[in-house]
Design a protein around this ligand. Structure first.
Ligand SMILES: Cc1cc2nc3c(=O)[nH]c(=O)nc-3n(C[C@H](O)[C@H](O)[C@H](O)COP(=O)(O)O)c2cc1C
Length: 377
C-alpha cells in the first residue's frame, strides 16, 4: 500500500506517532493546557470557515509558489519551531531541515531544539529560520544571533508568548522532563517503544545542543532548569527594538493575538508577525487564531507580512487562513507527527499530503494561485 493510502492526512500520522513514541514524548507533543478547550476551539473555529466555490472555470494550471521576505517558496506553508523535537523522534531537526531543502519550504529551528544552528543551517540550504527565546545575558543574545546568521539562517523568529512555563497538566502527570528521568515508569514506557528506544540509543539522549554551551554548570542534570536560567521568558518592547537593531535580515514576532500588539509590532519595525496561540499550549482562555486573524489583517495588513499558525491539520486549513488574509502558514505538531510516525520520510510525506490537499481544494474552489484564494471584500 502506498504511503498516501496508509497515511493520507495528519490525523492518520498522529495516530501512528502515538503508537511509536513513548507516552511522555507523545504527551509533550500533543497536549494543550488547562482543560484543553483551546485545542478544540482552534479546530472548531477552523471548521467553521466556509468558502463558496465557483464553477465552470475550465482547465487551469496551479501555482502554489509564494514570495516571502525576498525568497520564493514552493508552497505557502512551512514547519514551525518545536522545542525538544528530538525527544519525539531522534534526528527530527535533521529530517525537517533536509525536507526544507528538498522541497523549498521554510523550517524554523527552535532555540530549545536538540540540534544546533551549526548543524541545521547548512542542511536547510537557505530555507532555515531561527527561532529565538531571548537570552537574559546580552552577550549570549548577540552570540546566538551571530551563530544563526553565520550558519545561514535567513529569518529571525522572536517568540514572545511564553512569559512563563504553562502548567500543562498532562505533561506533569506524564513526567515529561529533560533529560528524561530514568524512573521505572519512564524506562518501562521507553522499553515498550523499541524502535524509538533503539533510535535514541544510537543518536544519544536528547540534549539542548544550541544552549548547552551557555549553561552555568556542565552538569546535564536538570537541563530544563538550566535553560530557564539562560533564556528570559519576559522580554519587553525595548528588548524587541534592540533585537531589531542587531539582526540584519527579516525579523518576525511570534505570538500576536491582539490588534494593539500588531500595531506596536509595526512600530517596532518587524517585518512580520505570527498570529499564534502557541497551538493552544499556553493560555486556555485565548481566542482561536483563525477568529482574530481577520481583524489583525484589517489593522496591519500591507504594513508587514502576516503569518498564521495553531490548529492547521490539512491543506484546506491552510487555504482557510490564506482566504482570511494570512500571507503564510506554519505547522507545529503536523510535521512532528510525520517524523514520529515515519522517521526520515516523515517531513516529505507531510509536505506531499498538505500540498495534494491544497491543490485538490484549490481546483475545487476555482483558485489558480495563492492570490486567488484571498477573500475579496
Ligand atoms: C511540542 C511543541 C513544542 C513547541 N516548541 C516551541 C518552541 O520551542 N518555540 C516556539 O516558538 N514555538 C514552539 N511551539 C509552538 C509552535 O511553533 C506552533 O506555534 C504551534 O505548535 C502551532 O500549532 P499546531 O501545533 O496546532 O500547528 C511548540 C509547539 C509544540 C506542539
Amino acid at each position: 500500500m502506498s504511503m498516501e493510502n496508509r497515511y493520507p492526512s495528519i490525523p492518520y500520522l498522529a495516530e501512528r506517532a502515538r503508537r511509536r513514541a513513548p507516552f511522555f514524548a507523545w504527551e509533550y507533543l500533543a497536549s494543550g493546557t488547562g482543560h484543553e478547550a483551546l485545542l478544540k476551539r482552534n479546530r472548531d473555529a477552523m471548521n467553521a470557515v466556509e468558502m463558496v466555490p465557483r464553477i465552470l472555470k475550465g482547465r487551469f494550471s496551479l501555482d502554489l509558489s509564494t514570495e516571502l521576505f525576498g525568497r520564493r517558496y514552493s508552497v505557502p506553508f512551512g514547519a514551525g519551531p518545536v522545542g525538544l523535537s528530538g525527544l519525539m523522534w531522534p534526528r527530527t531537526e535533521i529530517f525537517l531541515a533536509e525536507t526544507a531543502a528538498r522541497k523549498n519550504m521554510p523550517y524554523a529551528l527552535s532555540t530549545t531544539a536538540n540540534e544546533s544552528p551549526e548543524v541545521i543551517g547548512p542542511l536547510a540550504a537557505g530555507n532555515g529560520w531561527f527561532q529565538l527565546y531571548t537570552p537574559v545575558d546580552p552577550e549570549i543574545r548577540a552570540d546566538l544571533l551571530k551563530r544563526a546568521a553565520d550558519s545561514g539562517f535567513t529569518v529571525l523568529v522572536v517568540t514572545v508568548d511564553v512569559p512563563v512555563g504553562s502548567r500543562r497538566e498532562r505533561q506533569l502527570v506524564a513526567g515529561v522532563s529533560v533529560p528524561p528521568k530514568f524512573t521505572p515508569a519512564t524506562l518501562f514506557r521507553a522499553a515498550i517503544r523499541p524502535t524509538w528506544s533503539l533510535a535514541t540509543l544510537r543518536h544519544g539522549i536528547p540534549k539542548f545542543r544550541t544552549l548547552e554551551t551557555y549553561f552555568p554548570t556542565k552538569s546535564f542534570a536538570g537541563a530544563a532548569r538550566l535553560v530557564g536560567q539562560v533564556v528570559d521568558g519576559r522580554p519587553d518592547w525595548e528588548m524587541l527594538r534592540q533585537l531589531r537593531d542587531m539582526w540584519k535580515g527579516p525579523m518576525v514576532l511570534k505570538g500576536v493575538l491582539s490588534t494593539e500588539d500588531a500595531h506596536l509590532a509595526v512600530e517596532a519595525g518587524v517585518d512580520g508577525i505570527v498570529v499564534s496561540n502557541h497551538g493552544g499550549r499556553q493560555f486556555d482562555a485565548a481566542p482561536p487564531t483563525i477568529e482574530v486573524l481577520p481583524e489583525i489583517v484589517a489593522a496591519v495588513g500591507g504594513k508587514l507580512r502576516i503569518l498564521f499558525d495553531s490548529g492547521i491539520e490539512s491543506g484546506l486549513d491552510i487555504m482557510r487562513a490564506l482566504h482570511l488574509g494570512a500571507d503564510f502558514c506554519l505547522l507545529g505538531r503536523g510535521f512532528l507527527y510525520g517524523t514520529a510516525a515515519l522517521g526520515a520520510r516523515g517531513g516529505d510525506h507531510v509536505y506531499d499530503i498538505l500540498r495534494a490537499d491544497l491543490e485538490t481544494n484549490m481546483i475545487q474552489y476555482g483558485a489558480a494561485s495563492i492570490a486567488d484564494l484571498r477573500r475579496s471584500d
